[in-house]
Design a protein around this ligand. Structure first.
Ligand code: XIL
Length: 366
């Protein structure tokens, strides 16, 4: 009990709750809600509360202060993707991603890496020239080992492979440069190419947790069934995999939370972790970017329910949102600005009902 109290007091001091003056110095007062910040709320539960970040925004005081006050896990939204870190075949550029990694270290936050193998946001030098599977395998191995090697010991978990399964309701793999167009030598052999990527990543950073990450596979459906079958097979054959990332981009204010909970249960029953990796809940917005009060309330309930579903399973160890302020969110451009307001803080870094609901859910796990 005494240990708990000392820990709690230390947590409060470190997260800045007792030092509001420190925050107003940064020039934004009144943005913090009453009570513990999110990272304070999870302090004793072992769960990580994270967010995707854009390193170029770290120079904005309210952005940096809200981030470091609320979260204990960060993941670069784009800065570790191929087009950012590998601009030419023989050139790597870690400048932006390192800003994120340094910020995380300075503020005692864990770092998630996103992503080593994806078919989007690749560099033109890679997509514009034809290569044989052998040549492509060497390019990908070099990429994985250089990037994961650069962050060796600093990244808690990597999304090794992202979005490899198709969205067509079949549970089939997507046809991609890495699988079969032309692929790295395993075309037509199912998940063998994914297995190879995990083995390369494990060689490069044996300590990092290795995740398979995907979208629209949160609830039980053909895609999540296929992912489940793959990771169960990997686990049985001791392929180095530690978890599954459920992206959790929620649209139309709809989520089948019971089914999502069943999916989390079956994955964690394999001895794998689940991370909710990219949660946002898009709502309709008017031309000024504003949502209705009812929709924001409904959104808050979804955040609370999803967090509660994760917290029910000890193997669900991180909840991460895809950005934290509605000022910077991919949902606007992605939906041609018909949807937005998807995150926990508004444009002015004020906490929204979604924030309160998430924090309430987090505080229940003690
Ligand atoms: C998105 C970023 O948020 C945008 O900034 C970028 O323009 C496109 O990619 N699934 C993923 C993420 O795994 O990497 C995507 O991020 C969103 C969907």
């Amino acid at each position: 009990m005494a240990v708990f109290r000392i820990g709690a007091i230390l947590g409060l001091l470190l997260t800045g709750v007792w030092f509001p003056a420190l925050q107003s110095r940064e020039g934004y007062e009144g943005t913090q809600s009453n009570g513990l910040p999110l990272r304070g709320a999870v302090e004793h539960s072992g769960i990580l509360i994270g967010t995707a970040i854009r390193p170029q925004r770290l120079s904005e005081p309210a952005y940096a202060a809200t981030l470091s006050r609320e979260f204990n896990l960060v993941e670069p939204e784009d800065a570790m993707k191929w087009e950012s870190v590998h601009p030419a075949q023989d050139q790597f550029d870690f400048s932006q991603a390192d800003r994120a990694a340094d910020f995380a270290a300075e503020h005692r936050m864990k770092l998630r890496g996103h992503t080593l193998v994806w078919h989007h946001q690749l560099s033109p030098w890679l997509t514009e020239r034809r290569r044989s599977p052998d040549q492509l395998a060497l390019v990908l191995k070099t990429h994985i080992q250089t990037v994961a090697g650069h962050y060796r010991g600093r990244v808690l978990a990597w999304d090794v492979v992202n979005e490899a399964f198709a969205e067509d309701g079949t549970g089939n793999l997507k046809n991609t440069i890495w699988y079969n167009q032309p692929g790295i030598g395993f075309a037509g052999q199912g998940t063998a190419y994914i297995e190879q990527c995990f083995r390369w990543a494990h060689e490069a950073d044996p300590q990092a947790l290795l995740f398979y990450n995907d979208a629209e596979a949160e609830a039980i459906n053909p895609k999540s069934n296929a992912i489940y079958a793959m990771v169960r097979d990997f686990k049985r054959r001791a392929v180095p995999i530690d978890g599954v990332g459920l992206q959790m981009h929620i649209t139309h204010l709809h989520s089948d939370t019971l089914s999502i909970a069943r999916n989390i249960e079956r994955i964690t029953s394999l001895g794998l972790q689940v991370h909710i990796t990219e949660m946002d809940v898009a709502v309709p917005v008017d031309t000024a970017g504003n949502a209705t009060t009812e929709d924001l309330q409904h959104q808050a309930e979804i955040y609370r329910d999803i967090a509660a579903a994760c917290l029910r399973y000890p193997g669900c160890t991180a909840i991460q949102t895809w950005g934290f302020t509605d000022k910077y969110s991919w949902i606007g451009s992605h939906s041609r600005h018909r949807q937005g307001a998807a995150l926990l803080f508004d444009h002015d870094y004020r906490p929204k009902p979604s924030y309160q609901a998430l924090r309430d859910a987090l505080q229940k796990r003690h």
